[in-house]
Design a protein around this ligand. Sequence first.
Ligand code: PRX
Length: 566
Amino acid sequence: MTPSYEECRQSFDWSQSARELGYEDGQPINIGWYCSDRICEQGLGQKPALIWEDNGGREATFTFDDIRDRSDAIAAHLASLGIERGERVCIFMDRLPELYIGFLGVLKLGAVVQPLFSAFGEESLGVRLENAETCCVITQMKHVRKVRRARKTMPFLRHVIVVDGQGKDLKEGESAMTMTELEHPADFRCAETGPEDFSVLHYTSGTTGQPKGAQHVHSSLISQYITAKWVLDLRPDDIYWCNADPGWVTGTSYGIIGPWANGITQVVLDAGFNSDAWYAFMARHEVTVWYSAPTAIRLLMRDGTELVKKHDLSSLRHLCSVGEPLNAEAVIWSEEAFGKPFHDTYWQTETGCMVITNWPGMKVKPGSMGKPFPGIEAAVVDPKTGEAITEPGKVGIIALAPGWPSMIRGYRNNQAGWDKKFLNGWYLCGDQGSIDQDGYFWFSGRDDDVINTGGHLVGPFEIESALLEHEAVAESAAVATPDTVNMEVVKAFVVLKPGFEPSDDLDLAIMNFIRKKLSPLAMPQQIEFIDQLPKTRSGKIIRRILRAQEFGEDIGDVSTLMNDDD
Ligand code: PRX
């Protein structure tokens, strides 16, 4: 049971979490070991760790003994290929058991695991593999063609492992690995990684440049373990479902590490969104704790409460949400539909763990993100001075005092980008918000041009660079436009090259071009052809004017923006 917020706020120190984990300073710490071997050592080896289903009706259950043995075997297999500690191994596949167990295997080898969303096209995949200098990609037949195209220019990418590649036509440098047939290596020893050794490499989008590689370390476990336990209110008999994909940080911090480090049974559904199927899945497995996202909740709302009542969801005890603003209506609806509110949580790829949360048992103010997790010092600061704003309700930049265990240690090969995140001793989240008189945080919006579509961040630069590769595009600007379900979707303003005329066919061709190259998330849902883009005096595109137009906001004095060339 989660203790009271006030009690924890006063006495909490991260070392309390380390103590619960049995971890002492100076010892090795390996997330793979803590998520499997340690749970088995506690006598829970026979407990289901992963109950998996796909939309084709296939099912599989893996106990903690199974995930320990299979992750050992994967680690040994990677070592037999010559993959070494510290090298980057990408997992690029749908939500197959091999993704979850392979994730632990890569970590047990001491290598860095780079999970990438399987809907990425070859270009999105390529820039991330390039930046990480990834030595191995573990994938499935369905996605191998994208890997083949991306790796043509990557001599560092030595191995492509195909988990369902047995008996298939594989090319040079590719090999099959059937997880269930790998022999358990009797003499396997998990890598004795240190607390500061890199563990997970997630890519996140900013306004400028290509996505940044957020470097997590093994001691992030200390934050992820206790936040999962308390904020998700995890208890030993829980059946937990996090519907996020491990290509994104929610799907690893709370879809693998947090729950398994607590010895909790997780269910995974490898299928797209479908309200009826989701409810049936939760009813079938008697899910007790569910971590979801506002876009999914809005889609469920659209299908109404009648559908909810058709299913026995009485097992549900605690609901949480992350990724985008959880509007008050969604909280109120969930009370009506499930008899309990969704608890909003706020955090980022960079924070590694939840930092502002609606604590179990604490009063929920619908529409608020809650209060800082004990052990996290959060504020709202003036964007120019970095001084904390004390006036209730006044909007500033959400900021955190650095130093909690799961804060990333930087962006890979991008020290300048990381340095820019700090001001006056604060880590700046890049979001605007305010704090009310009771200490609750309220989200106002992002402080940059990044587009948050359905809880996924998409960088305008990535889209604009890809658009430039289309034969008809001379210049473009990608901005957010409002959407009732996804909160925001991508809209592209396009200036055509001479000789090309706007048409519906061209519209579609450009959309598809981006969908294939990048991903369905990055695909513009709308394209507007214009003669020229708003620019600063030195020629930088001012996306903010276009964005404000989309949201019907007042942009203020445009002439100041025209001088804005940082
Ligand atoms: O803008 C905020 C939004 O998502 C961003 C972080 O995205 P990412 O690094 O992909 O991680 C997503 C999952 C942890 C934030 O900077 N965001 C996240 N949670 C919330 C949110 N916006 C409003 N309310 C939230 N609860």
